[in-house]
Design a protein around this ligand. Sequence first.
Ligand code: ADP
Ligand code: MG
Length: 238
Amino acid sequence: MADVVLKNVHKSFGRTAVIHGVDLHVRDGEFVVFVGPSGCGKSTLLRLIAGLEDITAGDLLIDGQRVNDLAPARRGIAMVFQSYALYPHMNVYDNMAFGLELAKSSKAEIDRKVREAARLLQIEQLLDRKPRQLSGGQRQRVAIGRAIVREPKVFLFDEPLSNLDAALRVQTRIEIAKLHNDMRATMIYVTHDQVEAMTLADRIVVLNGGRIEQVGTPLDLYHRPANLFVAGFIGSPQ
Ligand code: ADP
Ligand code: MG
């Protein structure tokens, strides 16, 4: 487990600034949810933390270490996207094992980790199947399984449920909450779904135009929104 600290983080693409000085301390084992309108910088912030984009100015610390220049693979982070991007020609087991094989783990070690993750996610009976033989929800669980086997200190989720139908969204949401409970890993989760944010978050970060409007527990934001923007985003369902 690890805490994640952003200190006055800025990001520009060419001459366009999209993140304007974000300060945030995500605590060890905390579940933090980013919300905000489309284009406000949620995905960009996750990609900066993951190391998929370079930080233009400011500092990023993971577990107390400055990681601005550290390669993504060495940050102890795993990211789950909304498009599951499984390898179509590999079965579920191999999809989950692939990253570990690249990291040259032993066969026994890989087997133990894949089976443990499959048990956590209740997909043990699907290990021989190819992605095309899975439902959307099952595919998303395999994608989460691929993250779990790497035993990251920090999980990043970018709208992981947005391709699922309503019933499956609720079920998978409950599973992610349970996963957080079981693993106690630090999780940063992006969603535009207010119910998801309110039910999953220890704290919610409301973003607007590349800046933080407010950070607080779901109840804080609901009862004491800092401004009309937050009230509009959190306070009134639908
Ligand atoms: P969100 O995930 O909140 O919808 P993004 O983080 O994807 O928002 O985007 C934030 C802003 O940065 C948007 O204006 C988007 O157009 C811009 N942006 C994101 N990625 C790039 C990129 N690779 N090049 C140029 N602009 C980008
Ligand atoms: Mg996004």
